[in-house]
Design a protein around this ligand. Structure first.
Ligand code: ZN
Length: 245
């Protein structure tokens, strides 16, 4: 699992308090979820016909992975993906581009409403290390503000495009950089089955899987991954839940 902390100026009382409040509320939500596991597990069993034939396909194994989707919101593929995830009771993390957030605010609202975590993927997919500090910070902060205006929450997590952070960057907000462990290069393939197989072969407990809600085959591959890994006893969580482990 790859998390690195980036201090981006002003870890003053307010930001420290905000971070603490967000983590505390996540922990409390986690406890509430834990309290309601039996009801949840039952409804998932009723909804799903895809489990293994013998044994409980949703047994608690403690094996967690996080699906993450970059470059959205996408007007064609994000909503079908959301429907598939909802059907399977899966929460994911979406790293959004500010310029797409501007165009499709209703999809951002839906991602938020369905309980997924929303992160920042810059405004227009710029390689941050190639920009001035000021321009790189603008990519991050403009996107944070756009997301806040829709969801009422500032993103805490940042996935820099190409995984390329700008060293020593000093912006006005504190963010947590989230990279990935498994990259099946779904954007470069049309064969959903092959993409899913690459993930299933490589994934390990605690991994972050990088995908894109940017094509039909990627969406199908992601849902195949859910099906296959649930059979192997994995539970899908957000990057926030992995971070709290
Ligand atoms: Zn990207």
């Amino acid at each position: 699992m790859k998390f690195t902390w980036k201090k981006m100026l002003m870890v003053d009382g307010i930001f420290a308090y905000m971070l603490f409040a967000v983590f505390l509320s996540s922990v409390l939500q986690g406890q509430r979820r834990a309290d309601s596991v039996p009801a949840d597990a039952d409804s998932r069993k009723e909804a799903g016909s895809e489990g293994a034939q013998d044994g409980d396909p949703y047994r608690e194994t403690g094996k967690k992975v996080a699906l993450t989707f970059d470059d959205g919101p996408n007007p064609y593929y994000t909503e079908p993906l959301l429907a598939g995830l909802a059907e399977r009771g899966v929460k994911a993390t979406f790293f959004l581009l500010g310029k797409e957030v501007e165009k499709h605010p209703e999809i951002v609202e839906e991602i938020h409403r369905q309980g997924h975590v929303i992160g920042n993927h810059s405004y227009q997919h710029e390689q941050l290390s190639k920009l001035s500090d000021q321009a790189a910070c603008a990519q991050v902060e403009r996107t944070n503000k756009l997301i806040y205006d829709i969801t009422g929450e500032y993103p805490l997590y940042l996935r820099p495009p190409y995984g390329d952070w700008k060293d020593g960057l000093d912006c006005e907000t504190v963010m947590i950089e989230v990279l990935w462990d498994v990259d099946p290069r779904d954007w470069a393939a049309n064969d959903a089955g092959a993409v899913a197989a690459r993930v299933v072969k490589k994934v390990q407990e605690g991994d972050i899987i990088l995908m894109h809600d940017a094509s039909d085959s990627s969406v199908r591959a992601a849902l195949m991954v859910v099906y296959r890994l649930k059979e192997e006893g994995y539970e899908f969580v957000t990057v926030e839940e992995l971070l709290l482990e």
